[in-house]
Write a protein that binds this ligand. Sequence first.
Ligand code: ADP
Ligand code: AMP
Length: 213
Amino acid sequence: MRIVLLGPPGAGKGTQAKRLAASGKVAHVASGDLFRKHQAEGTELGNLAKTYMEKGELVPDQVTVQMVLERIKERDAEIGYVLDGFPRTMEQAEALDRALAEQGEAIDWAPLIEVDKTELRARLGGRWVCTDCQTPYHEHAAPPRQKGACDVCGGTLAQRPDDRPEAVEKRLEVYDSQTAPLIYYYERQGKLRRVNGAQPVDVVAGVLLLAIA
Ligand code: ADP
Ligand code: AMP
């Protein structure tokens, strides 16, 4: 199963993708996590990505597409994958489809997690992320068992620099102008499934599973 998980920043893509991957049936491939890993390792790509990410802008298509296409060729992704945060532009979506078609493959489903902007701002403002495994938490809605520590791996939780209000506004704007058009791209392909994301995490997970069954 190859899934593109759509939705604005803060909709709960990472939260739901991690749950899907925990089933062992798909790998979780998050472009933002890959860029943050490069940054932590101080690679050239990480340094380039940082200049865009801190402003809430998109990293250029060419390097992003190359990074994700290489990642989905890795062994753990042979069973299938859920793409989280990619594609984010029409050019990325078309490049992904072309690369898959060359292998006789295609995306199966594109679920869209829908959440309104007031709730998105509240979610991003209270988000804490594990600096090791990137599991997201929320100080009110999804707190860790022990303050400041990841339930999954015990890693340290931190707030993302791009979750500060100015960067959040820019990311919401970029989503509307560059990423939202993908909704119609996948709708035309008959792959779009709308999921109401303004429900508790477990409920969203159940609806999402039904949407891709
Ligand atoms: P995205 O990957 O789409 O940016 P995340 O999965 O990181 O979103 O979630 C954003 C924030 O919202 C996190 O703090 C997360 O704990 C919280 N969150 C995720 N899903 C829900 C939900 N259904 N209800 C309330 N808070 C949620
Ligand atoms: P995310 O973790 O998905 O919220 O992404 C964080 C940031 O990484 C974004 O605001 C972009 O700067 C960058 N990024 C992640 N995925 C992409 C992508 N598919 N295309 C361009 N930039 C991306």
